[in-house]
Design a protein around this ligand. Structure first.
Ligand code: NAP
Ligand code: ZN
Ligand code: ZN
Length: 348
């Protein structure tokens, strides 16, 4: 086993603090990665504070991992020492169920090993994420990083990027479609960039006026303050698709009214509390309410290549690991443009 420096939450109430974990020695199919950057996703905060229930402590969060290959197992063909490599939200899955066979490991019907706050395939060993100096992952779950993407600004693509790319591709959002993105945070800003690159007309629905200029710079065609009910009412039946990235409980019914007949609203945000849902906003216009979870490994690679081709990095603010608790508080206040990325050299 290898002793590895990390930052962990010991309980749901405790701030993150220095901690050491044990990682396995790389097996024949494993890649050992020196972690250079790790994005801070709002899911890290939800889980470190056990807002979704069932959290496993001590918890080392982090599933937007970018680094350099330090060692490879004897059977590893896809990577060599010195290559850039990425790890997202999954480090393994059953590989045999219908979902895994379709490349949708995130919907594995048996057991998917989440990068942290999960269990390895032995169903016993806890997984630890990217707020650490090294990680050992089977090569099948390691992503290649196109050279056109800077490593720090590419890290958030591994969750924020794929979580927004996957539903936009699944529902074939593109030219001729009007897309609204609710919430301009880590996921939201990637949804704007990717939606615009796919050719959609993009409107940002934000809960304050503050991000209007940024929305235009990111590629949005329009910006509406959604907390202003009269402004929202003017958007009635306007959109083909709404992608909801909001991290806090909020009223879905008012947004559903902004969909055309047969329009689709997709939830990717995962607030801790449920929200009331009226039947009428759906029933009266045959609207659909759907959800989507990250994306599979093959699709994550496709997304990285797409973002490299279209020159779409994330907008980031780099922080040392010692500021992670402050970064969580700032993320809660919406004070991040638009993703914190931890420079992991600060942990060495
Ligand atoms: P984030 O950077 O904190 O962004 C969330 C955005 O939601 C904020 O920027 C804000 O946008 C809006 N918001 C926050 N509080 C609000 C409130 N009280 N009322 C209205 N709007 C509010 O978070 P993130 O990392 O993008 O993650 C967003 C959500 O997606 C989280 O719940 C996360 O767990 C979830 N997630 C899901 C998946 C998946 O696979 N489905 C993957 C990753 C993350 P404005 O200031 O523009 O209003
Ligand atoms: Zn995430
Ligand atoms: Zn499976």
């Amino acid at each position: 086993m290898r002793t590895t420096n990390a930052y962990a939450a010991m309980t749901a109430q405790a701030p993150l603090a220095p901690f050491t974990i044990q990682r396995r020695e790389p097996g024949p199919h494993d890649v050992l990665i020196d972690i250079r950057y790790c994005g801070i996703c709002h899911s890290d905060l939800h889980q470190a504070r056990d807002e979704w229930g069932g959290a496993i402590f001590p918890m080392v969060p982090g599933h937007e991992i970018m680094g350099t290959v330090a060692q490879v197992g004897t059977k590893v063909k896809r990577f060599k020492v010195g290559d850039s490599a990425g790890v997202g939200c999954l480090v393994d899955s059953c590989r045999t169920c219908p979902s895994c066979k379709k490349g949708q490991e995130q919907y594995c019907e048996t057991h998917a090993a989440w990068t942290y706050n999960g269990l390895e395939m032995d169903l016993k060993t806890p997984t630890y994420g990217g707020y650490s100096t090294q990680i050992v992952v089977d090569q099948r779950f390691v992503l290649r990083v196109p050279k056109a993407l800077p490593l720090d600004a590419a890290a958030p693509l591994l969750c924020a990027g794929i979580t927004t790319y996957s539903p936009l591709r699944h529902w074939k959002v593109g030219k001729k479609n009007r897309l609204a993105v609710v919430g301009l945070g880590g996921l939201g800003h990637m949804a704007v960039k990717i939606g615009a690159a796919l050719g959609a007309e993009v409107t940002v629905l934000s809960h304050s006026e503050k991000k209007r200029k940024d929305a235009a710079r990111l590629g949005a065609d329009d910006f509406v303050v959604a907390s202003d009910s009269s402004a929202l009412a003017k958007l009635k039946r306007r959109f083909d698709f709404i992608l909801d990235t909001v991290s806090a409980p909020h009223n879905l019914n008012a947004y559903l009214e902004c969909l055309k007949t047969d329009g689709t609203m997709i939830l990717v945000g995962a607030p801790k509390a449920p929200t009331p849902l009226g039947a009428f906003p759906l029933v009266m216009r045959r609207r659909r309410l759907a959800g989507s979870l990250i994306g599979g490994i093959e699709e994550t690679q496709e997304m990285l290549d797409f973002c490299a081709k279209h020159r779409i990095p994330a907008d980031i603010e780099t922080v040392p690991i010692q500021q992670v608790n402050e970064a969580y508080e700032r993320m809660l206040r919406g004070d991040v443009r638009y993703r914190f990325v931890i420079d992991m050299s600060s942990l060495k």
